[in-house]
Design a protein around this ligand. Sequence first.
Ligand SMILES: [Zn+2]
Length: 286
Amino acid sequence: MNLTEILKRAQNEKWSTGHFNFSESDQVRAVCEAAAELRSVAILGTSEGEAGHIGYLEAVALRDAFRKEFGIPIFLNSDHHKSVDSAKKAVDAGYDSIHIDLSAEPYDQNIAGTKAIVEYAHSKLSEVNVEGELGYLRGESKIQNEKIEVSEADYTDPNKAAEFIAATGINRLAIAVGNIHGISKDEPNLDIDRIIKIRAAVPTEVALVLHAGSGIPDMQIKAAITAGIANVHINTDIRVAYAKALRDELQKSDETTPYKFDSPAREALKEVIKQKLTLFGAVNLF
Ligand SMILES: [Zn+2]
């Protein structure tokens, strides 16, 4: 099954796939082991920074190796690639999924750049699933110490979403509905009605994506999935679990063998991923 088919199935059956970021091979193993144990699917993502660290070709090689080892659907996404050039780099390397995020650009430029990537990716391989973004997502993937103001002007407008999809030909749309990157100081309050309206306004074959899933209460995540979200991004929660376990381990021992001192971090990561996949209802799929 390719990613487009899996997203369609998730949307129809009202569960959601999970998207997890990585910059080290150890984190890929944690995601794939968790997904395999739960008979789920793994969507792995690299931001431009993460891809710069591990390498685009190396990320693709890891995906291929873990597919062979686990025999489950594993996909690789270029998360928040902010230029046509960087998104092309991911297409050329063999990513199955491209997220081109030009949401900070003027609307016309967002359309032009996103459309260019859809055409480029589909000319190389028709199965590549391309995500565009509309609306403005604040914050970054860390624990925020200041209150981040979100205004409704940043939110995705349902009619604009339909227009954007028709103009670009994307397969998925990332929306802003009160979600904030990172774990914010105040509890986010998702605009579930808006998700329902966007879902109703856009073609059924286009999947809706909720970024910044960390720090959102479980009940709101569930409501968002019921309203039509088929992919939830988790980054900060896994970064925090990984860093904490690694820090604890390094503090309590003089261990110098990397595969020994970093194993607890991998296990901590795997636990969080299993919790999230269970919350999303993405279990026992096969
Ligand atoms: Zn994101």
